[in-house]
Structures are given as structure tokens and as C-alpha cells.
Design a protein around this ligand. Structure first.
Ligand SMILES: Cc1cc2nc3c(=O)[nH]c(=O)nc-3n(C[C@H](O)[C@H](O)[C@H](O)COP(=O)(O)OP(=O)(O)OC[C@H]3O[C@@H](n4cnc5c(N)ncnc54)[C@H](O)[C@@H]3O)c2cc1C
Length: 471
């Protein structure tokens, strides 16, 4: 296998898989790199090998991914599962960009003329007091355990937060025979708005209502609560909160699953140098892209939820558009054909786009659950509290990058994934500025941890590269 490719796609979720199918069908020499053992990304995780074969547990939306995964596997694109991309060079050399990959403890380099970053979304941090206690994890982590290992939490389990995934996971856990002691819904009261009309005609309304109705048949959620706090000593013992009347309530539990929406996974795209801006509707940084998903960085496109949260169906269509544009830039098809073949994906995007504005407004996470205070941990890797960050700002830290020097915030194994947004919003509040003015950590490779041995194992010459590839 030559290490020089025309198109490298990073991520085999709906966006990456759809992009690969489109590109391979157009005869583009394509390689797909994904850290997971099998295709599917987040929504279709482990779809070709999940132990949960009972069709109803995950629902039709999940199983719709099986056709896409099979078409992807049969597409002719080279697929490298279990492969983590730790770097994509910010500069082009000899018309190609160097990509650092790690697989099975061995690192090596690829070079590609065009890169589609389809690394998806991650859950928004929810830095409430006690969120680092053993027994507290994210709803998405519980869903990953269910999809990949068929495991549901045992004991007294509380699901807390807001957003479509919260209701989806509640239904999936209950269908899988799991039990929930309580659902704590932090969604603020929703004010009527014009965006409700568009939402009413989008595919999301019926799905959302069906999930809520199904869950309510098992247990009534406690809604409109604030001041969520995980309590315990060496481990989680319970969760407390203020109910709508402002009364303090507490529920004893062994597991607390937190969730308040998903945000683009920006690390790789930012480390390449792709421009990002603060999106106040999604309360996160999103890349600046053209109508094809091409970033301002030549030869780099971003597709899927990494381009801004729009859901699985839109992710696949964005993947198709990015692949069509890449094929055109690589000279495989002309612009007329690209535009013609883009019509269908754009229609689907318009349909699913209709409901987003309302979803973002309705499930806007409250400030108290986004921006911590006092000794609540903001940076988990380096155990830095909100108060320490505010102190650093008081003595002169102006932004996230200075904070690295002051407190090592964002310098741990997650490279700012779990604190980037929190730190930006904390500093913005402390300095009376906007998150866009404060900015995000400057991200550099490696964006995922690799060992020194792997770095040392990197071939030092083209000849050595090919020797390793032949192994
Ligand atoms: C934990 C979680 C669970 C979710 N569950 C659902 C659900 O059940 N239903 C739903 O409708 N939506 C769900 N979503 C929303 C989800 O973002 C979208 O539905 C959809 O999966 C987005 O597709 P995508 O192709 O953009 O990215 P993803 O599906 O997220 O795929 C991105 C892929 O890139 C891989 N990747 C990332 N970085 C690297 C790297 N550096 N090197 C190699 N591989 C990399 C990831 O492991 C992943 O396989 C979930 C989101 C999260 C974060």
C-alpha cells in the first residue's frame, strides 16, 4: 500500500462513510481512518458487531445505519479501523498534506492531496459540583457501553440534563431492561417562538414526542430544575437540585448520567489551522466553511457534526457534498456534475435544517451548568478549579493560552476537549467579554495521546516508510 493517497477521510461515522462511498464511486483513490474497531461513528457505533441484536432497543434510526455501513465496507475505499489520527500537517508539501497515524502501538505517516475531517461531535462538558466523583459519567458513555458491550448500569441510576440524546438514552436503557430511579430534566421553560413552526414541520417533532411519551410511561421526569450537584465522599452517594419551586431536593443514587447536548469535536481541525468562530446559538466554536464544507485551509474540508451540530442524517449529506467537492478539486469530475449531484443532498439538508433553530433554543444549556464557580473542577486532567481560573484572570491571564502557562489548564491527556468551552466561557465572564473575543486554546499535534515509542518508531525517510507499509 502506497502511503500517498488522493483523499484521506478521518472518521467513519455517517459523514465519513457517506463521503467515502461517494468518492470511491467517482473513482477517487480514498483511505478512511477511524480509531474505532468497526464503522459507525457515534450514532451507528458497533452497528456491525453490537451484542444487542434485539431490534427495538436502539430503534429504527440506529439500524438504518447498517445499510450505510455495508455500502461503505463494499465501496472500494481503503478502510483502516483502529487507527487514530494524531496530526495533520498545517502545510502542504509536494501537493500533499502529511498525516500522522497510530495503530496497534505503531505510528506512521500518510500523505494525501485532500483531507475530509469527519471527526464528529463530543458531549458538551457539564461541570456541575461533584461531576468528577466516581459514579458520575456522561449519558453518551453509558450509551457507548450499551451499544458496544450490551451493558446497562445496575443499582440506583439517575439521568440528568437536557437535550434529545437524554430522552433517546432513557428510552434505550429502559428497552434494554435497565432501570432509572429518576430523570432530572434541566431544560428551561420553553418560550413560544416562530422557530416552533419550522420545527413542527421537521422530522424531529414526532421522534422527540414519541421518545418522551415512551419514557413517561415508565417514570415522570422532574423538570425545570437548577442547581444540580453530585454529592458524595470517595464516590457518588446522591444528587441534589432546586426544583421549580426553588426547594432543595436530594435523590440517593449509585450512578449519575449527565448530558447537556453535543458540540463539534474541534481539536483536529483547529490543529490544522482551520478558522473557527463562536456560534452563540450552539454555544460552541464551529469551523468557517463554504457551501461544500471546504475550510479556508486549502485541501481541507470538514463534514458532519464537526462542521456544527446538525444530526446524523445531515452528517451523511454533508459528507456527500464534501466528497463531491473534493472529487471536483482533484479533477475527477467537473463543477457542473458536482453541482448536479449535490441537489439531492441539499434537499435533505434543508428538510433536517428546518428544526435546528428551535432545538438549539429549546435545549440551550443553562449558564449555571456550563460555567462553574468556586472549587468546582473545570479542567479535569490538571484538577484546576473555577476559582483558580478566576484568580489567574485577576492577576493577568487574558485568555486560554495564558492560562496554560499559569495553571497547565488544557495541557492534559484530553488536550482541552473537556475544558476548552468551560475555560473560554469562564474567562469571558470574568473579563466581561464575548467567547469569540476570548477564543479557544491554540491546539497543536499530537491531538490524541501517542507514546514516545510510537514517535520514535516513525520512519525517518521515504524508504523506511515504504518498508514499514510492506510489513
Ligand atoms: C457520545 C455520543 C453519542 C451519540 N449518540 C447518538 C445517537 O444515538 N443518535 C443520534 O441521532 N445522534 C447521536 N449522537 C450525535 C452524533 O453526533 C451524530 O448523530 C452523528 O453520529 C454525527 O456523525 P459524524 O459522522 O459527524 O460523526 P461521528 O458519528 O461522531 O463519527 C466520527 C468518527 O470519527 C472518529 N474520530 C474522531 N477523532 C478521530 C481521530 N483523531 N482519529 C481517528 N478517528 C477519529 C470517532 O471515533 C468516530 O468514529 C451522539 C453523539 C455523541 C457525542
Amino acid at each position: 500500500m502506497s502511503e500517498a493517497r488522493d483523499l484521506a477521510i478521518i472518521g467513519a461515522g455517517p459523514a465519513g462513510m457517506a463521503a467515502a462511498i461517494t468518492a470511491a464511486t467517482l473513482g477517487v483513490d480514498t483511505v478512511v481512518l477511524d480509531e474505532q474497531a468497526s464503522p459507525g461513528g457515534q450514532i451507528y457505533r458497533a452497528i456491525t458487531e453490537t451484542p444487542v441484536r434485539h431490534g427495538t432497543v436502539f430503534g429504527d434510526d440506529y439500524w438504518r445505519g447498517l445499510d450505510l455501513a455495508r455500502a461503505f465496507i463494499g465501496s472500494g475505499a481503503t478502510y483502516l479501523p483502529g487507527t487514530t489520527v494524531f496530526s495533520v500537517a498545517p502545510r502542504v508539501e509536494d501537493d500533499r498534506r502529511e498525516i500522522g497515524i497510530s495503530s496497534g502501538g505503531q505510528a506512521r505517516l500518510l500523505r494525501a492531496r485532500h483531507v475530509i475531517v469527519a471527526t464528529g461531535a463530543q458531549e458538551r462538558p457539564m461541570p456541575v459540583p461533584g461531576w468528577t466523583l466516581p459514579g458520575v459519567l456522561t449519558a453518551g458513555a453509558a450509551q457507548i457501553l450499551l451499544k458496544s458491550a450490551g451493558l446497562a448500569p445496575s443499582g440506583r441510576t439517575v439521568l440528568a440534563g437536557s437535550g434529545p440524546l437524554l430522552w433517546l438514552l432513557a428510552a434505550q436503557l429502559l428497552r434494554a431492561g435497565g432501570t432509572l430511579s429518576a430523570i432530572l430534566d434541566t431544560t428551561p421553560r420553553i418560550r413560544p417562538g416562530l422557530d416552533m413552526l419550522a420545527f413542527a414541520t421537521s422530522p424531529y417533532l414526532s421522534k422527540g414526542l414519541a421518545l418522551m411519551r415512551e419514557t413517561r410511561r415508565h417514570l415522570a421526569p422532574i423538570s425545570g430544575l437548577t442547581g444540580l450537584r453530585a454529592e458524595g465522599d470517595d464516590r457518588l452517594r446522591g444528587v441534589s437540585f432546586f426544583d421549580r419551586a426553588g426547594t432543595t431536593r436530594r435523590i440517593d443514587c449509585d450512578t449519575l448520567l449527565l448530558h447537556q447536548g453535543v458540540v463539534p469535536n474541534v481539536n483536529l481541525a483547529m490543529s490544522i489551522g482551520c478558522a473557527h468562530r463562536w456560534d452563540d446559538s450552539q454555544l460552541c466554536f464551529v469551523p468557517t466553511l463554504d457551501a461544500w464544507g471546504h475550510s479556508g485551509t486549502d485541501g481541507v474540508s470538514i463534514a458532519g457534526d464537526g462542521a456544527g451540530i446538525a444530526g446524523a442524517e445531515s452528517a451523511a449529506e454533508r459528507g456527500r457534498l464534501a466528497a463531491l467537492d473534493a472529487a471536483c478539486r482533484l479533477g475527477r469530475i467537473d463543477a457542473a456534475r458536482r453541482d448536479r449531484e449535490a441537489e439531492a443532498p441539499r434537499r435533505v439538508l434543508a428538510t433536517y435544517g428546518r428544526g435546528r433553530a428551535f432545538l438549539e433554543r429549546a435545549f440551550r444549556p443553562i449558564e449555571a451548568h456550563r460555567i462553574p464557580s468556586g472549587d468546582t473542577i473545570a479542567c479535569r486532567c490538571e484538577e484546576v478549579s473555577a476559582a483558580q481560573i478566576e484568580d489567574a484572570v485577576r492577576i493577568g491571564a487574558t485568555g486560554p493560552n495564558q492560562l496554560k502557562a499559569y495553571l497547565r489548564c488544557g495541557m492534559g491527556p484530553c488536550q482541552g476537549r473537556l475544558c476548552g468551552l468551560t475555560v473560554t466561557e469562564l474567562i469571558a465572564r470574568a473579563r466581561g467579554k464575548t467567547p469569540d473575543e476570548i477564543g479557544h486554546y491554540r491546539l497543536r499535534p499530537p491531538v490524541k495521546p501517542i507514546t514516545v515509542a510510537e514517535l520514535a518508531s516513525l520512519p525517518r525517510s521515504e524508504a523506511e516508510t515504504n518498508a514499514v507499509a510492506r510489513q
